[in-house]
Ligand binder design. Structure first.
Ligand code: CA
Length: 637
């Protein structure tokens, strides 16, 4: 036992050394190609033997060459191919405890064939220009994120490349009412960033099948290569990389940043995963009895605290920034990762792109052996270095708990949730006027900066806000639901946090009552662009809110001290929340009334008020009188 422990410790120290050296390395240290030779590296301390199998064509069944890996230091194996290996395909195979495991793709592979079966040796410099990365610290405080799935975005359009990466580069596509859709619409709406649902290679879709097949993609296969089903030619690794890069470039050309949804917390496969086939059991957490723990609810959870998985995450994310110019990452079930890893990630990525946006789900889906005080939980967000968290506090205060389908929230007139709404409006920071004991889930502030707080009322998970309003308010009229919806959008967009919406909310997106659409057909998930006509006032409303946020610092102060000082609540009871906010030059008064009746806000007449935005009439007389279920923004002179 003792000997084993000492060996383990030595291995750990050695791995630590590799980590220290290699986080300096910007390129993939695991495969280095040049025209005269190619070096392969593999981490597998317990392997008995390991080989590289090389293929000339993507679909070749037999390899033309097998290279034997040689064991080097620190559990790393190395093999070299002499000559030019450009465009050859390769796989690895490891012998572990006397048994040859499955032939598997390199976990670091950056170019893969259909269904991620083989990796390809690609001369990146030859095929792709290296993006010029903006390395200035021009921090933007007004961030409005639009969450969209590649296939959903164009599947119901007249795009040439429907459902593909390239569909999101097409700027002339229209709906049947001749309104621009896809990229042009997203640009017109004014959002600052798109958040793309998983676009790395995932497992659930057969990329070789022409039948319609749908998945959100939260089942990672090859983390460093784009998903093949979004490419016009999944068989060609070089093409899929090119098309994914074209999509990102098209967003950039239109002034929109790209945030990538990443899922390092678990792998789609467990025993058969390339991690387990190349280095069994190393990359995953286990329970005390040796079984795999499952905080993801998907059969396994990865172990970010282990040096080589932490390093893997950092190198993988770095690859997406350096070669795809990604502007931010959304971490799925982020609390499965440890705080130290998240801070290492933040440090490594900010060294390349100082204004990178990082946030995630500050929760897990089940219990984990990782102690709570180490998890990147929402409650621990103050220990995270510039990494934000989704606020279920504001989400559920607005509409009711996502798990209780008939429950209503603030927008439907539920009493006593004002403090949770205020908590979200200030961006989860400590504010002297918020009574934290009355906030729905969090009895304390958890953000150092309002930009750590992701404010939302809907994302890909759970019912859409519209479907929820239908479920929880069976007797409400269409008009009443639209008014509640407008208030919900107002709260999210004019929060000091990061404002987040799901694609299609600007036309009251419905998934026809489907609660979990992860593998449902296009008719449920695809964006129904023709609804832009039916809900054009909503589209206009969302656009106006976004513009207001982007054009006025008062709604994006970006700093906790400024929010404490400059955001003042003037009313916060009986379903009315009213506050003023200023950047010192321009001051606004926002009045949210979710009673169905009129309310008078006593502000006195010493100042002048000008209406900037309202969904219902406002009367400025002796005092300010707002209608029921209304969201009103006034400029204070
Ligand atoms: Ca795939």
């Amino acid at each position: 036992m003792h000997k084993k422990l000492i060996l383990l410790l030595i291995t750990f120290v050695m791995i630590k050394n590799i980590q220290a050296q290699s986080t300096q390395t910007s390129e993939n240290m695991w495969l280095s190609y040049n025209p005269s030779y190619t070096t392969f590296k593999l981490f597998s301390p317990e392997a008995d033997e390991a080989i590289v199998k090389m293929y000339k064509l993507a679909n070749d069944k037999t390899s033309f060459l097998t290279l034997k890996f040689e064991k080097k230091d620190d559990g790393v194996w190395q093999a070299t191919f002499d000559g030019n290996a450009e465009n050859f395909f390769y796989t690895y195979q490891v012998k572990h405890k006397g048994v040859w495991l499955n032939e598997t793709v390199d976990i670091y592979a950056t170019a893969v064939t259909a269904n991620g079966k083989k990796a390809q040796i690609v001369d990146w410099e030859k095929h792709y220009s290296k993006p010029v990365i903006n390395n200035t610290n021009d921090k933007k405080n007004a961030i409005v994120v639009y969450e969209v799935h590649v296939r959903d975005a164009t599947i119901f359009t007249n795009a040439k490349n429907k459902g593909k990466f390239l569909g999101l580069t097409e700027t002339k596509i229209k709906n049947k009412f001749n309104q621009p859709v896809g990229l042009s619409h997203i640009k017109n709406l004014g959002i600052t960033h798109v958040q793309i649902l998983p676009m790395f290679d995932y497992n659930s879709i057969d990329e070789t099948s022409s039948k319609p097949n749908y998945n959100w993609g939260y089942d990672p296969l090859n983390y460093n290569a784009p998903e093949g089903s979004y490419s016009t030619n999944p068989n060609n690794p070089i093409t899929r990389i090119k098309e994914c890069r074209s999509m990102i470039e098209a967003f950039h050309k239109n002034g929109i940043g790209v945030i990538m949804d990443v899922v390092y917390n678990h792998t789609g496969l467990t025993k058969e995963s390339n991690f387990n086939q190349l280095c069994p059991n190393y990359y995953y957490r286990t329970n005390p009895n040796g079984t795999l723990s499952d905080a993801s609810g998907c059969g396994n959870e990865t172990a970010s605290e282990k040096p080589m998985f932490r390093k893997f995450m950092i190198e993988s994310l770095t690859h997406w920034v350096k070669w795809y110019n990604v502007d931010g990452f959304r971490f799925d079930l982020m609390a499965i990762h440890d705080i130290e890893t998240m801070n290492e990630i933040s440090k490594a990525l900010r060294a390349i792109k100082p204004n990178i946006i990082l946030y995630g789900e500050g929760w897990t889906s089940g219990g984990s052996p990782l102690p709570e005080n180490k998890r990147a939980l929402k409650a621990n967000a103050k220990q995270l270095d510039g990494v934000g968290v989704f606020s279920d506090d504001i989400r559920d205060a607005i509409k009711g708990s996502v798990f209780n389908h008939k429950e209503n929230g603030f927008i439907a007139g539920v009493p006593n949730v004002e403090e949770s709404i205020k908590f979200g409006l200030v961006g989860g920071i400590q504010h002297p006027q918020v009574d934290y004991s009355k906030v729905n889930y969090s009895k304390a502030s958890y953000c150092n900066s309002p930009l750590q707080h992701v404010s939302y009322n809907e994302c890909h998970d759970n019912h859409t806000l519209w479907d929820r309003l239908v479920l929880a308010n069976p007797s409400a009229t269409e008009k009443e639901k639209v008014e509640m919806y407008k208030v919900a959008m107002g709260i999210v967009m004019l929060s000091q946090g990061v404002s987040f919406m799901q694609a299609g909310q600007e036309f009251c997106r419905t998934k026809f009552g489907e609660e979990n659409s992860y593998n449902k057909p296009d008719k449920i998930n695809g964006l129904q662009w023709d609804n832009l006509e039916k809900y054009k006032t909503m589209n206009q409303w969302v656009k106006q809110l976004i513009n207001l946020k982007k054009n006025n610092e008062a709604f994006a102060l970006g700093d906790a001290n400024l929010v404490q000082k400059n955001v003042q609540f003037v009313e916060d009871k009986n379903n009315v929340v009213a506050f003023t906010t200023t950047n010192g030059i321009k001051t606004f008064l926002v009045i949210i009334n979710t009673n169905t009746s009129k309310k008078t806000i006593e502000v006195g007449l010493e100042k002048k008020y000008k209406t900037v935005l309202n969904n219902k009439p406002v009367l400025i007389a002796d005092n300010i009188i707002v209608e029921g279920t209304s969201f009103t923004v006034l400029e204070v002179k």
